[in-house]
Design a protein around this ligand. Structure first.
Ligand code: I6G
Length: 676
């Protein structure tokens, strides 16, 4: 017999509730999204056909109601208390001692411990298992009715699951915005030029306090239950941790980090462990909450003013503090990008004293509306670089100064240019700029560039700091004595480095061009340039049109090349390098299709480039790149994960090389083929 509409609706509601719980609370979905959608649409269709069967606890009734004009006030039947804070271990020890004294017992107390989320406290009222209202804490006695908003949070059960819940059950908990959701929300806001939220807590609060719940419905909110308010018509277990278990069974999410600890030492260990885990948790926490686990003991301990004597919040160091912006300096980075750095009045935040914070770029300064002299809120979460998150504009002093991008590089005095399409401003000094020198030298010496073994990051720092090297050609003027006198550098190592520098003089034109560190000129572009022009002289003589005729070069790359190559100082550096003996085998432009007539197959994954990039470069050298291996294949290039093509190549005795082989082939095709 066909199910009645009422029975089918009930079955659909309970199936969808179960799937919601599995998806949002347990993170263990058991059906696909499309199967879920089908169930949901069927329920919607039945409810549209039989409106009298539509109930407020139906899963279809989450998605935003008509906007409110104001939130109604709700009086809490059991006040929503606050917690006393412990800011140091001593405070926690004193709390534990007071509890023992009141209980007249020396036995270690058992505590239910859990993270204290940095969110918004809420109270959800279930009557006969159905969510009937939700309120904020407010002043603890009266809060605001945010029922329509809370209903949109997917992990909030509109009806409790299982059985055994009291007829009236008020669940207290914390609504929060997970860090990932917060970042995504802000990224979207930035893209749309909208106001961004300062931190996840403000984002959660702003989302919950929307009069239009359709907006709340789009915000990534979540919640954890942490306790109870009013209860009528039912019995509950004897301990807090068991109640949490029961709530979990009724479909309310409970923090999975919660534990039961025996005595002070256990609590202390939990504090240490959670402090280490804090940065990795998917949500912000500002400390931990410890509650005497047994309700009979809680009752005996009672309350002092508005806080229980049986619970305490042991806080972590604050992640946000207020301080003053003294000045803004501009640091010049590896690629010449100018980064504004806030110099702050030192402030203790996130467990350390900070006096600097990044400001990212001029757009960020504009977005914050920041001036020197302003009072600012700084945030340091985990190991993340400290950030200025907002300005306390009311405290702006009369002599606050605007922050202006310098017209000239603070390090080398070259002009600073700002691409109107990009937020970044750059020093145009290139290799002449001291700030860019170290990085430029490190890049020059790197394995894929001039391949100077032993000239690593630390040695480059030492050489530049000692004034021995400023520009790239200085490397080729280094004497044994210069190197041997450096810290932790014996004569033997010094000799090795000198030999490596000498050996680097024999290179290839692509490597040399790549080593110059011209913006946007990576290995592939350097190769394309070398093979297109055939000589350094021809490249130096090229104009924009000729540059853009190179397969890999578009207008952006061409403009970077011209800016670099037309700078007289860079030309002198190039000449100096060549004069010091750097040389490479000639490239025959006419014969610049050295792989003409060769059929190659690429298989597996590559690290240094994508397969498409490799294909393009090989084709540029004249090769035919085929998708399948046959007896006619000249070479198979196989990266990790290569499967049947590799097996076939082996069966047909076709030569196979790895990514290193590909690089050798691209760097010098003729030499490679001769070896094959
Ligand atoms: O504000 C709170 C956050 C977390 C709490 C709380 C909590 O337990 C994990 N517990 C109580 C009892 C109170 N506030 C009053």
């Amino acid at each position: 017999m066909a199910a009645s509409p009422s029975n089918e609706i009930d079955a659909l509601k309970s199936a969808i509730r179960e799937h919601n719980h599995r998806y949002y609370v347990l993170d263990e979905p058991s059906i696909t999204d499309s199967e879920y959608d089908r169930l949901f649409q069927r329920l919607q269709a039945l409810e549209a056909q039989y409106p009298e069967l539509k109930t407020p606890d139906s899963p279809t009734q989450r998605v935003g109601a008509a906007p409110l004009s104001a939130f109604a006030q709700v009086r809490h039947s059991v006040p929503m208390l606050s917690l006393d804070n412990a800011f140091a271990e001593d405070d926690f020890v004193a709390f534990d001692r007071r509890a023992h004294e009141r209980l007249k017992s020396d036995a270690p107390l058992q505590y239910a411990c859990e993270p204290k989320l940095d969110g918004i406290a809420v109270s959800l009222r279930y009557e006969h298992g159905v969510l009937v209202s939700a309120a904020t804490r407010g002043d603890g006695t009266t809060g605001e009715d945010i029922t329509v908003n809370v209903r949109t949070i997917p992990s909030v059960p509109l009806a409790l699951m299982g059985k055994g819940w009291p007829a009236v059950l008020e669940v207290r908990g914390e609504v929060f915005m997970p860090k990932a959701g917060f970042e995504a929300l802000n990224a979207k806001a930035r893209q749309n030029g909208d106001k961004v939220f300062v931190n996840p807590r403000n984002a959660a609060a702003g989302s919950l306090r929307q009069l239009d719940s359709r907006i709340t419905a789009q915000r990534p909110l979540d919640w954890y239950a942490y306790g109870l308010g009013s209860i009528e018509g039912g019995t509950l277990p004897d301990t807090h941790s068991e109640v949490m278990q029961a709530l979990r069974g009724w479909g309310c999410p409970v923090n999975p980090e919660a534990v039961v600890a025996n005595g002070l030492e256990d609590c202390h260990r939990y504090y240490q462990r959670m402090q280490e885990r804090r940065a990795q948790l998917p949500y912000d926490i500002d400390g931990l909450v410890f509650k005497v686990n047994r309700f009979d003991l809680q009752e005996r301990l009672g309350f002092v003013s508005r806080a229980p004597r049986w619970a305490i919040a042991w806080k972590f160091p604050a992640q946000e503090e207020m301080t003053r912006l003294l000045d803004v300096e501009f640091q010049v980075g590896r690629t010449g990008a100018l980064t504004p750095v806030a110099r702050l009045e030192p402030v203790f935040v996130g467990g350390v004293t900070i006096s600097n914070a990044t400001l990212h770029n001029m757009d960020e300064i504009g977005r914050l509306g920041l001036c020197c002299g302003d009072t600012v809120i700084v945030r340091r979460a985990g190991d993340v670089i400290p950030q200025v998150v907002s300005v306390v504009t009311e405290r702006r002093p009369a002599d606050a100064r605007a922050i202006v991008l310098p017209a000239y590089c603070p390090v080398c005095g070259s002009p600073v240019e700002r691409d109107p399409e990009q937020a970044v401003a750059r020093c145009m000094g290139g290799l002449v700029c001291a700030a860019q020198q170290k990085e430029a030298i490190k890049h020059f010496a790197a394995r894929r560039a001039m391949d100077i073994e032993g000239l690593g990051s630390k040695l480059v720092d030492q050489l530049v700091d000692a004034g021995l090297v400023r520009h790239l050609p200085d490397l080729y003027r280094l004497q044994l004595q210069d190197l041997a006198e450096l810290d932790r550098m014996g004569e033997k190592s010094a000799l090795n480095v000198l030999q490596a520098i000498e050996a680097s003089k024999a290179t290839t034109l692509p490597r040399f061009l790549f080593a110059l560190g011209i913006r946007e000129v990576g290995e592939a572009t350097a190769r394309a340039l070398a093979h297109h022009f055939g000589s350094l002289e021809a490249l130096l003589a090229a104009d924009e049109q000729r540059l853009q005729a190179v397969p890999d070069v578009g207008p952006v790359v061409a403009s970077h090349l011209l800016a670099f190559l037309n700078d007289e100082r860079n030309r002198l550096i190039i000449k100096d390098l060549v004069d010091s003996g750097i040389h490479w085998p000639a490239i025959e432009v006419a014969a610049s299709k050295p792989l003409d007539g060769k059929t190659l197959v690429l298989t597996g994954t590559l690290e240094s480039m994508t397969r498409d990039e490799a294909k393009e470069q090989l084709q540029g050298l004249g090769a035919k790149v085929s998708g399948s291996v046959s007896a006619k294949t000249d070479l198979v290039i196989a990266g990790p994960g290569a499967g049947s093509k590799l097996a076939k190549a082996e069966a047909l005795a076709v030569p196979v090389v790895d990514e290193k082989g590909l690089q050798d082939l691209l760097a010098d095709p003729a030499a490679f083929l001769a070896r094959l």
